[in-house]
Design a protein around this ligand. Structure first.
Ligand code: COI
Length: 382
C-alpha cells in the first residue's frame, strides 16, 4: 500500500510538467458544442500498479471541463488532469452549490471499454442540479464528455475482475459574488480514478439515533456535496468507536432505517429482500435499483418499505435476519457483519457463496464483464 501511495506522489508531480508543455489541440465538432482535446504529453500510468490501488487517490492523465455562463454551456475540453484556477469569492465555496455523481467504466472480457448505466447517472445528476438551482447538463454533452475522457484514458481501465475506472462528474457554482442567490456561472468537470474495492473488509455499522443525515423536504435525495460534509462529524464518532459507517435513521423519530451515506442498505429477513422505500431523504441508488432488478428477475421476494430499528432487532433475535449489506457505485455490494445499536453489537454470519447478496454481487460483476447476459440493457460500449 505504501508503495502505491509513493507512486501517486511521483505521478502527480510529473503530470504538472506534462500540462505546461501540452500543445497538440485536436478540435472536434459535436452537434451541441465545440469540443477540444489537449492530450497530456506524458502519462503517469507507468508508475501506477492498477491492481493495487487505494480507492480515490490516483487520477488519470486527463479531465473533461466545460463552463457555463451567458445562459449557455461553452466550449467543452479534454485537458491534462491538473489544478484549476479559482477565485476565493466563487459562490460554491460559500453557499455550497455543488453536486456530483459516481459511475464506473469497465473493460469487458473481450477488452472492450464499457460504461454501466450512464444514462441513469446523467438523469440523477440533472435531478440533483434542479434541486440545487443549477443548470442541467445536456445529455449529449455529458455522454460525449464521458466517452472522450474514457477514450483518452482507456489504458487506465483495469482489466482485473472487480476493478474499474471510477468516473466522478461534478458541477459547482463559479460566479464571483457572495450574495446568497443561485449562481449565474458554473463549471462541470469529469475526473477519473482507477478503482478497486472501497471497503476492503466486511463492515461494522452503527445505527445512529441522535444525529441525522436528511430531513423531509431537504436535499437527502440529491447528490449534493454538502450531504457528505454534514455527516463527517457523526461518522467520525462512530469510527472512533470502531465502526466503519453509520446507518442513518429518520430525522424526527430515529426509528426508521434510511441509508448509510456512502450506500443504500438492504437486509434479508425471513428469506425476503427488504430495503427502505425511496423518499426525499434517501439517495436513489443505481446499484440499489440494479440489485433489486436482478433479485426480482430471479423470483426473489422483494419489499421496498419502512423498516424500523425495532423490527430489525426483533428479526435478529428471532434468527430471521440472515443478511445485511450496503449497495453503491463505489461500495458495490458491501457485506455487513456487525450492526451496532445503542451499546450492543449484533453479529451476522459471514457472507458465503450461498448468500443472496454474494450471488447478486457475482451476477452484477459478470454482467459488467460481459460473462452474463445483460438482459436489462445496462452496458454501453464506448
Ligand atoms: C459512489 O458510490 O459513487 C458515491 O458517490 C459515494 C461516495 C461517498 C464514494
Amino acid at each position: 500500500m505504501d508503495l502505491a501511495v509513493k507512486k501517486i506522489t511521483l505521478g502527480s508531480s510529473k503530470s504538472k510538467v506534462a500540462i505546461s508543455v501540452t500543445k497538440n489541440l485536436i478540435p472536434m465538432i459535436m452537434d451541441v458544442v465545440q469540443f477540444e482535446v489537449q492530450k497530456a504529453m506524458s502519462s503517469k500510468l507507468q508508475q501506477i500498479d492498477l491492481e493495487n490501488i487505494p480507492f480515490g487517490k490516483v487520477f488519470t492523465d486527463h479531465m473533461f471541463v466545460v463552463d457555463y455562463y451567458n445562459n449557455k454551456w461553452q466550449e467543452a475540453k479534454i485537458l491534462p488532469y491538473g489544478k484549476l484556477e479559482l477565485s476565493p469569492s466563487i459562490s460554491a465555496l460559500h453557499y455550497g452549490q455543488a453536486i456530483f455523481e459516481g459511475m464506473k467504466a469497465y473493460k469487458n472480457f473481450k477488452g472492450e471499454n464499457m460504461m454501466f448505466r450512464p444514462h441513469d447517472n446523467i438523469k440523477r445528476f440533472n435531478q440533483s442540479a434542479s434541486r440545487m438551482c443549477m443548470p442541467k447538463v445536456p445529455d449529449k454533452l455529458f455522454i460525449e464528455g464521458l466517452r472522450q475522457l474514457i477514450i483518452a484514458d482507456s489504458d487506465w481501465i483495469p482489466e482485473k475482475k472487480g476493478y474499474s475506472l471510477y468516473l466522478r462528474p461534478m458541477m459547482f457554482a463559479t460566479e464571483e459574488r457572495i450574495i446568497v442567490k443561485p449562481s449565474d456561472e458554473y463549471k462541470f468537470l469529469i475526473i477519473a480514478s482507477p478503482a478497486g474495492k472501497y471497503y476492503n473488509e466486511p463492515l461494522k455499522v452503527y445505527i445512529e439515533t441522535h444525529y441525522s443525515r436528511a430531513a423531509k423536504g431537504g436535499v437527502g435525495n440529491a447528490k449534493a456535496a454538502g450531504n457528505y460534509g454534514a455527516v463527517m462529524f457523526p461518522s467520525q464518532i462512530a469510527k472512533n468507536k470502531g465502526y466503519h459507517q453509520v446507518i442513518w435513521t429518520d430525522a424526527s423519530e430515529h426509528q426508521n432505517i434510511e441509508e448509510a451515506g456512502t450506500m443504500n442498505v438492504m437486509f434479508v429477513i425471513d428469506n425476503v429482500l427488504v430495503t427502505p422505500q425511496l423518499s426525499d431523504t434517501k439517495l436513489p441508488g443505481i446499484t440499489r435499483h440494479s440489485v433489486l432488478s436482478v433479485a426480482r428477475e430471479w423470483g426473489v421476494k422483494v419489499e421496498e418499505r419502512t423498516i424500523t430499528v425495532t423490527e430489525l432487532i426483533e428479526a435478529y433475535n428471532a434468527g430471521k435476519l440472515t443478511e445485511a449489506f450496503g449497495t453503491g457505485t463505489a461500495a458495490t455490494i458491501a457485506h455487513i457483519k456487525t450492526i451496532g445499536h445503542e451499546d450492543k453489537d449484533y453479529h451476522l454470519a459471514d457472507a458465503n457463496a450461498n448468500s443472496l447478496s454474494w450471488k447478486i454481487s457475482e451476477e452484477l460483476t459478470n454482467i459488467k464483464y460481459g460473462t452474463s447476459t445483460d438482459n436489462f440493457g445496462w452496458m454501453h460500449k464506448v
